[in-house]
Every structure is written in structure tokens, then in C-alpha cells.
Design a protein around this ligand. Structure first.
Ligand code: CUA
Length: 160
């Protein structure tokens, strides 16, 4: 027994718990500063008008400045529109996504892009593409019989 009346064995475990908490907090802190970015909630829209109103009626990729692109993607059963996005290496692409029908997902390999896509809500997330190549994206929320067909790619071309 020590001065506080805590059993040394129990005190040992209290210290171990405290150390673990500190390590977890540190891990979260490091992740935040090293690239985890939460998907933004851009806007609410009427899911019934997703196929009618711009920009999702004719979703496309727009150049917003040198090396900056906005990609509007409509995600529906069972396709991404557009399903091919071409940008030069070194570009930062901000993705805006919504669905007219049901819950889907949007995940791009070798990036930290991983969001849910919901009817009535526009999800926003950015990624920088430094290395030329093809980056597959897929729907990763089960959405029915054609779920496995939902894919596309970001094609990053070498800098000219
Ligand atoms: Cu869309 Cu799975």
C-alpha cells in the first residue's frame, strides 16, 4: 500500500492505461496532420432533381485554374458518370458526388479518397495526383445486384 491506498498492482495497470491513451491520442494527432481528411458536406439537393438540374444532370470535369480541377460525378445504379477522368500529373482534383437513387461509395486506390455518396447530399473530397498512371475507383457500399460493376478510373497523364 502507498500513500493513496492504491494497490501497486492496480496502480501499474492505471499507469499502463494512461500510457495507452496517450499513445492513441498521439496516433490520432499524427494522422490528422499527415493526410487524413474528412469528406466535406458540400450541400443538400433534391434527390428527385439530380438527373434534371445542373451540375449533376450533365456531370463533368472542369478546370478551375492551373493544376486545379473540379470533378462532378453522378453515382447511381450501377455506374459512375463520368467514369473516366483525365488530368495531368501534379493536379489537385476536388470531387463532388451525389446519388439520385440510393447509398453508394466512392473510393480511389492509392489515395485517401473514401466517402459515402447519399441521395440528397453532395459529398466533397480532394486529392492530389503527383504520379502518372491509372487510379481505379470503385463503389464500396453494397448497392444491389450491379454493385460489382461500379468502377471507373482517374487517368493521370505525364506533365507536358
Ligand atoms: Cu454502388 Cu455499390
Amino acid at each position: 500500500m502507498n500513500g493513496l491506498g492504491i494497490d501497486p498492482y492496480e496502480r501499474g495497470w492505471m499507469i499502463a492505461s494512461g500510457v495507452m491513451l496517450a499513445v492513441f491520442l498521439l496516433a490520432v494527432g499524427v494522422s490528422v496532420y499527415r493526410g487524413i481528411s474528412l469528406p466535406g458536406h458540400e450541400a443538400r439537393i433534391d434527390p428527385g432533381r439530380t438527373l434534371v438540374d445542373p451540375p449533376f444532370a450533365k456531370p463533368a470535369v472542369f478546370e478551375r485554374g492551373p493544376g486545379r480541377y473540379d470533378a462532378y460525378i453522378r453515382v447511381q445504379i450501377w455506374a459512375f458518370t463520368p467514369n473516366e477522368i483525365k488530368v495531368p500529373a501534379g493536379s489537385t482534383v476536388t470531387f463532388y458526388l451525389t446519388s439520385p437513387d440510393m447509398q453508394h461509395g466512392f473510393m480511389i486506390e492509392r489515395t485517401n479518397v473514401n466517402v459515402m455518396v447519399l441521395p440528397g447530399q453532395v459529398s466533397r473530397i480532394s486529392a492530389r495526383f503527383d504520379s502518372p498512371g491509372e487510379y481505379l475507383f470503385v463503389c464500396h457500399e453494397y448497392c444491389g445486384i450491379g454493385h460489382h460493376l461500379m468502377s471507373g478510373k482517374v487517368i493521370v497523364t505525364p506533365k507536358s
